[in-house]
Design a protein around this ligand. Sequence first.
Ligand code: F6R
Length: 242
Amino acid sequence: EIILAPDAASACCEAAARIAAHVRATPEPVLGLATGRTMEAIYRALVGLHRDEGLSFARCRTFNLDEYHPIAPDDPRSYHAYMRAALFRHVDIAPERTRLPDGAAADPAGECRAYEEAIRAAGGIGLQLLGIGLTGHIGFNEPPSDFASRTRLVELDETTRRQNADLFDNRWQNVPRQALTMGVGTIMEARRLLLVATGAAKARIVRDALEGPVTPMVSASALRLHPACTVVLDPEAAELLD
Ligand code: F6R
């Protein structure tokens, strides 16, 4: 299902409304969360729904897609810090109900196994929020990423490190070379997927993902194999679609 919103702000409000509807309708919601610039407006909208309309996150558990490696959870440039600042601090969710991969884990492989186990123990992810990178990554699944891949330590593409340099003194060389990410296979097990892409910079990769070959060279193309995936786009991101 592709939803074309009139502009980027509406796309983000639409995504937030869908997350809110899922949370309200589900006794024990398990949310898969993403970070990045696109998500900031979505989290702002969710914080607004919490404040103004009583949307409660108290019953939720959350699992984020990814975290840089190595980076400490209290590092202001970490995705742990991003999530606290963008959402967790502003809503009624207990910190122990939120989880991100530990970018400071001494044993990354063990941390990845424990992460998968924690998702399983929570009953699996009900709704997974996704952005898309210029390399076609979902999470940090850079090309090529096997569609059966699980949570693991990955090398980030230079494109991605350049895309994310703003928090690292605008020097892409300062962006960590590695990350822990849910695999494509992990993401595909979520019962519903919600991908949001806005802005002209995403137009080409959105077209490749939605209309090009389904291939491990474009991780987001795997979404077309998912039975319940919604894609929300603004006109700029949808520009090159047929
Ligand atoms: C972040 C993540 C990434 C981003 C993607 C888009 O948790 O998983 O896949 O969603 O890199 O980032 P922005 O929104 O900054 O363009």
